[in-house]
Design a protein. Structure first.
Length: 620
């Protein structure tokens, strides 16, 4: 698309917004500050009763960021850095939460842990997710292994997919088209396309949903090379969910998912016809039965992952299978004691030279107490039973106290929690450097903070965290996997502000300070700032302006095998949205890296410059 056409499109949308100001009515606030959260306890509790640090990405926020990936959205939140989210589509180099590594952040989809057993990092590949099928995202920061098990050491990313509409038939169609260019090459050629289509509804006791989405991008080389040839990325995802409400108290749903993506990349920072194909096939079942003051739940899924990679270094095919069953009972005593008793079963399988597998069977218990005088307590225990290394015990103690004010509250919170990360199949039984005698990595996290809330106008919070890692899995001089004797400490501060002085205006800001000691702490910025301003011009038009600052950090230059300091950078994004048909048809224009900042995210790899996209969202 030529630059003039993009500017013209922006002018039309902004013009409509300004012309509509005369008919402005009371705007609907897009974010409810006094929100209900679930992930920290699995009960629907008000934020004021939670002692955990939880961030919620609502349906409204997802809709305001159509065309962006899950990694891009999560990267705007405090305490989290997703390296690669600002680079070429298809580049995700790691999730760093609270100074941790990717394997210390757990991803859950509809109540079930997702993880590729054949991968070396053990972290879930966020490129497998499609935002078109997501209802909301909750992020618990800090240790949460007592409730969620292995890998829940620095964060739990809990994703809930969309539910069926109450109408008999509802359809949704989304499309985004835009440029895909670097700061140096502002050619404004179309190189990014995202589309999705879905249908869902409810017929008496039967509910259904089916959707398909695809994403394609080209125009940017993965690595910074003299040739700068284009590397493409394509993503396809299909989902089907069927549910039946047998009675007011008993429901069952089954679902299936298939996701595939093809990614061209440059190995050894040189142009080469390298590519990888990754597929995920998942089937699952969830059911709940309510009785008196309690309910019984089961969430289970079977996943099959396959990655076929061909690069300068040769060809590799990885195949992993994963079965997860989570069975638990929820019961509320006297309206104050919210209890969970459950057992979690995991079986991971992978094929190397030989087939390998392990099983985990974890009983766990969690208790949330909500008093009448402001005191709240969230505590839990878990006994990890692993088929290879035996038993490991974790626990958490999370008190908080809420002082009620005239129009809000002040909450003090603290937490002491332990967590663990199991060694993966490659580390235990892989073809190179494996060690079947590995022990789990251990984490201890201490938190303390305060939150101030005023009606639906203002929320301010400040959290201090201190985390210790030991038994970290690394390598000896023979490149054999071992539990390292050295320990790692990470601490920091997270500040958040959500302010809505008038109905039409919102401000959301966060600042994170992180310090990691004990290793080279690559790709973890010490300082990070995000600021989002939203303005409801009229009932049908809204604008938002976003600013993101990423501070100085280190990365390894593999051409010299030295750590290099990367300069800080700032990005500015602009978004305008207009409803042509209220609650039916919405169009938008999005400008990322508006000032065309040139920066380095990972040494040797490209990043995106100014890019413009536009699209629509139609609901029938």
């Amino acid at each position: 698309m030529k630059k003039s056409y993009l500017v013209l499109g922006a002018a039309i949308l902004v013009g409509k917004a300004l012309a509509a100001q005369d008919s402005q009515q009371d705007a609907v606030q897009t974010q409810q500050l006094d929100e209900v959260i679930v992930s920290d306890s699995r009960f629907e509790l008000k934020r004021e009763n939670s002692g955990k640090t939880v961030i919620k990405i609502s349906t409204e926020e997802l809709e305001r960021n159509q065309g962006k990936t899950v990694a891009e959205l999560i990267n705007t939140k405090s305490g989290i850095e997703i390296t690669g989210s600002r680079g070429r589509d298809g580049s995700v180099f790691g999730v760093f939460a609270r100074g941790g590594r990717g394997r210390q952040a757990l991803v859950i989809v509809d109540g079930v842990r997702v993880s590729d057993p054949s991968s070396f990092s053990q972290e879930y590949d966020l490129r497998l997710l499609s935002t078109a099928n997501i209802e909301s995202i909750e992020i618990i920061k800090g240790a949460a292994s007592t409730l969620y098990g292995t890998n829940a050491a620095t964060a739990v990313i809990n994703i809930t997919t969309k539910k069926s509409a109450k109408e008999k038939v509802t359809g949704n169609f989304q499309s985004t088209i835009g440029t895909n260019q670097t700061a140096e090459d502002q050619n404004y050629n179309l190189g990014s396309f995202t589309n999705s289509a879905g249908v869902n509804g409810t017929l008496k006791k039967f509910s259904y949903s089916a959707d398909f989405s695809n994403r394609y991008s080209s125009g940017i080389s993965a690595a910074v090379t003299p040739e700068n040839e284009e590397d493409t990325f394509s993503h396809f995802s299909a989902n089907v969910k069927l549910g039946y409400q047998f009675s007011d108290n008993f429901e069952v749903s089954i679902y299936g998912n298939q996701t595939k993506f093809n990614n061209e990349f440059d190995a050894a920072l040189a142009e080469a016809p390298n590519r990888s194909k990754t597929s995920q096939d998942r089937v699952g079942l969830s059911s709940s039965f309510k009785y008196n003051k309690g309910s019984i739940h089961i969430n289970t899924a079977y996943s099959d992952y396959e990655t076929d990679s061909r690069s300068t270094f040769g060809e590799s095919i990885l195949d992993g299978k994963n079965l997860v069953v989570d069975f638990y009972n929820k019961y509320v005593f006297d309206g104050k004691w919210h209890t969970i008793l459950g057992v979690n079963y995991i079986k991971d399988e992978a094929i190397f030279t030989n087939e390998a597998d392990f099983t985990i069977v974890d009983p766990y218990a969690n208790l949330v107490y909500i008093s009448d005088f402001g005191f709240n307590l969230n505590t839990g225990i878990r006994l990890n039973n692993h088929s290879e290394y035996g038993n490991h015990f974790v626990y958490n103690l999370n008190p908080s106290y809420t002082f009620t004010t005239t129009n809000g509250y002040v909450k003090l919170l603290g937490s002491y929690a332990t967590s663990y990360i199991t060694p993966n199949l490659i580390q235990l039984f892989g073809d190179f450097g494996s060690n079947p005698d590995l022990e789990p990595e251990e984490n201890r996290t201490i938190e303390g903070g305060v939150e101030y809330f005023v009606n639906d106008k203002l929320r301010v919070s400040a959290i201090y965290f201190d985390r210790n890692e030991k038994n970290t899995i690394g390598f000896d001089q023979n490149f054999t996997s071992i539990n390292l004797a050295s320990e790692i400490d990470a601490n920091g501060v997270e500040l958040e502000v959500s302010w809505a002085p008038i109905d039409a205006f919102t401000l959301d800001a966060n600042y994170t300070f992180t310090e990691r000691k004990g290793d080279n702490a690559i790709r973890i910025p010490k300082h990070k700032v995000n600021l989002a301003l939203g303005y409801q011009v009229c009932e049908t038009t809204s604008l938002s302006l976003n600013y993101a600052y990423t501070g100085q950090r280190f990365d390894t230059d593999f051409s010299t095998f030295t750590d290099v300091s990367l300069e800080s950078f700032s990005l500015v994004n602009f978004y305008v949205q207009h409803e042509l048909m209220p609650n039916k048809l919405r169009v938008f224009l999005n400008a990322n890296n508006l000032l065309n900042e040139e920066f380095v995210e990972v040494i040797g790899f490209t990043t995106r410059g100014r890019n413009i996209s536009a699209g629509f969202n139609l609901t029938l």
